[in-house]
Design a protein. Structure first.
Lengths: 89, 104, 173
């Protein structure tokens, strides 16, 4: 017995929480809230990819996860760097 | 301990860890939806998520086909954690200073 | 005081080259052909890292310590588990139990890299989130601002200081 069935079920649960997180993207209220919800989607997506990589036996999915992590980091940095005034660090 | 029993216990541990991870992801999403202000939501986002991903990673770890895969997963978790904490700080700083382009 | 360089610090140019090479090996899965792309990548990563964050260890003061890392890792893991549990228990109750507010903390860490690590770990600790660092004062958002955050933060700061071999020059407490 492998835990693949349980992993698939948990991946499904994570997909449902991702869908629930989308509510925050819609209601906002501020762009920062929407950004945070997108971050949550990224992290959950990575978890789903890890579970699928183990269950389906596709190790390359972890590289997709790394890309997700990279995009999440870059998007937050870009989001917070866009300023109206002078950048004081 | 013989081989099949060991494997069974390992699988049980994997399943339990993955369930725990899912629980933290649920908590993170619930926090994101229920908490009243941006800063509190950031708390839920950074802490629950990183722990959730950590547990999922630990669950998948025994199923890893080789050592490189295991190390890569560990690296992925560390990177997500650093990015998450830094991102949370950046978003909070932007809100504290009120200098985002949307706040005019 | 002169400390043995190579043993305690691994943030010099050679140490970074080794670190990035190890990272590439993990990412590419150890296939020899991958180094055709890997070698230039690792070299430019080392160059970029030295350019963006010059070696702070010239005066023999800062840089990461292996012994500090051994102390930091379990502390960090335990605290982040506590942090996750804390926030999960708060939001999964029928009534969300928070009293959010701000507190400030004056860090005594001198090394800039150590400060970044301190700021990031604050956000993963139970109930605290580093919101801003301005005029040498860290503004911290707390899920429960009625607690005094000072002792926990001072303890974390000591662990981070040990990680970087930073002697906390005593600022105003």
């Amino acid at each position: 017995m492998t835990p693949s069935t349980a992993f698939l079920a948990i991946a499904l649960v994570l997909l449902i929480t991702m869908a629930a997180g989308l509510v925050r993207v819609i209601i906002g209220p501020s762009p920062a809230d929407r950004m945070m919800a997108a971050q949550l989607l990224g992290t959950s997506g990575i978890a789903v990819l890890l579970l699928l990589a183990a269950t389906l036996g596709i190790p390359a999915l972890i590289d997709v996860g790394l890309i997700f992590a990279l995009l999440a980091a870059v998007s937050v940095a870009a989001f917070t760097r866009r300023r109206i005034g002078q950048d004081r660090s | 301990m013989d081989q099949p029993t060991f494997g069974l216990i390992l699988n049980l541990i994997s399943t339990l860890l993955a369930c725990g991870g899912a629980l933290f992801f649920i908590a993170g999403t619930v926090g994101l939806l229920r908490l009243p202000d941006l800063y509190s939501r950031l708390h839920a986002l950074t802490k629950a998520d990183n722990l959730g991903l950590g547990l999922i990673m630990l669950a998948v770890l025994p199923q890893a086909p080789d050592l490189f895969f295991a190390l890569k997963m560990l690296l992925l978790w560390v990177l997500v954690m650093i990015a998450g904490a830094t991102g949370a700080h950046l978003i909070a700083k932007r809100a504290v200073r009120g200098d985002g382009e949307d706040i005019l | 005081m002169i400390r043995p360089r190579s043993l305690h610090r691994f943030m010099g140019p050679l140490g970074r080259l080794g670190l990035f090479s190890a990272l590439w090996a993990v990412l590419a899965g150890g296939s020899p052909a991958s180094w055709i792309i890997g070698a230039p990548t690792v070299l430019s990563a080392t160059w970029a890292s030295l350019r963006l964050h010059p070696d702070t260890g010239r005066d023999g003061r800062a840089g990461m310590r292996l012994l500090g890392l051994v102390r930091f890792t379990p502390f960090f893991l335990l605290q982040s588990i506590r942090g996750g549990l804390d926030v999960a228990l708060r939001v999964l109750r029928p009534r969300v139990r928070i009293h959010p507010g701000f507190q400030s903390y004056r860090p005594r860490l001198g090394d800039p890299l150590a400060r970044v690590v301190f700021l990031d770990t604050i956000s993963l600790l139970p109930g605290t989130l580093s919101a801003d660092l301005r005029d040498g004062l860290i503004h911290i958002h707390a899920l429960d601002a009625r607690d005094d955050l000072e002792p926990g933060l001072a303890r974390l700061e000591a662990v981070v200081a040990a990680l970087f071999g930073d002697s906390l020059e005593s600022g105003p407490r």
